[in-house]
Design a protein around this ligand. Structure first.
Ligand code: C2E
Ligand code: CA
Ligand code: CA
Ligand code: CA
Length: 278
């Protein structure tokens, strides 16, 4: 037993070493990912349940590394946040999402669509953040109304004052702001009325299990009611089948996003999908 435990300890130690190595490698490779053109934006459509039309799309970052392969954002975004390289990355995402959406808006591919961009908490509470957004909009020529920023609920809780200021400035510019992963932040609901948000985005963990867990159904219903009462639009993410779509429609949810409509797509594939839907 003693010997076994020593081995177990060794394995654990090795796991730690490997995790650390992984981290350092990702950290190093991230520094040059933009220069080496390793990032690509994918786009996942959002469906308006009232009109049955695509209303917009979320830009999601993909990293293709020659040695590491495709690294998922859940793995590299936290490292980018810790090392500070996220500032460069979020700016790259914002700029390229605006450039792409400007092209689509001019191509008459569809009615004009809103593009949503995920913004990291540290980035959002940075004093220069709104200036950066303004600059990118000017530089790319995208109409501010065709841009939306998604910030997580935790961002709001951790930096309330700075956050309110930034949301107000962005709204004055005409940019939309939504709260992502809503329901996971365990926060007081009091802050909600102080922010001029556009959308609440119900976290996919509640949506996916809606029919299997009555608690999740109750939470989804409560968030939709809350959004209506506060005059916010509400979007559900993680919709994977038609039963959930129908149920959300009955509950008066405004928009949905999820694999049932489409997985995130490369820009050429997104264009093809839009053409097929026409
Ligand atoms: P998120 O903002 O909550 O994005 C939604 C995630 O759920 C995406 O994963 C999307 O592909 C996935 N998803 C969408 N519909 C479904 C569905 O029906 N079922 C399931 N199982 N999953 C679905 P992805 O692209 O891997 O991104 C993960 C997270 O990484 C994002 O969560 C976001 O927090 C972060 N992220 C992605 N791109 C960016 C970015 O450009 N900047 C920043 N700061 N964060 C990003
Ligand atoms: Ca998001
Ligand atoms: Ca989310
Ligand atoms: Ca998330």
């Amino acid at each position: 037993a003693k010997k076994q435990r020593r081995n177990a300890y060794k394995i654990f130690d090795q796991d730690m070493m490997e995790a650390k190595q992984d981290y350092l490698q990702i950290e190093a490779y991230l520094q040059t990912a933009i220069e080496n053109d390793e990032f690509e934006l994918y786009f996942q459509p959002k469906l308006d349940l009232k009109t049955n039309k695509i209303s917009g799309m979320e830009a999601l970052l993909r990293w293709h590394h020659p040695i590491l392969g495709n690294v998922p954002p859940n793995k590299f975004i936290p490292i980018a946040e810790e090392t500070g390289v996220i500032w460069k990355i979020d700016k790259w995402v914002l700029k390229n999402a605006c450039i792409q959406n400007k092209k689509w808006a001019e191509s008459k591919m569809a009615q004009q669509l809103r593009v949503s961009v995920n913004i990291s908490p540290i980035q959002f509470s940075h004093p220069d953040f709104t200036e950066m957004v303004k600059h990118v909009l000017e530089e790319t020529g995208l109409e501010p109304g065709l841009l939306e920023l998604e910030i997580t609920e935790t961002t709001v809780i951790d930096n309330t004052e700075e956050c309110i200021k930034n949301v107000e400035t962005l709204r004055e510019l005409g940019v939309g702001v939504s709260i992502d992963d809503f329901g996971t932040g365990y926060s007081s609901l009091n802050y909600l009325k102080r922010f001029p948000f556009d959308y609440l985005k119900i976290d996919q963990s509640y949506v996916r299990e809606m029919f299997n867990r009555k608690e999740d159904m109750a939470i989804v219903k409560a968030i939709i009611t809350l959004a209506k009462d506060l005059n916010l639009k509400v979007i559900a993410e993680g919709v994977e089948d038609s039963d959930i779509l129908e149920c959300l429609k009955d509950l008066d949810c405004d928009e949905i996003q999820g694999y049932y409509i489409s997985r995130p797509l490369s820009s050429p594939d997104f264009e093809t999908m839009m053409k097929l839907m026409k």
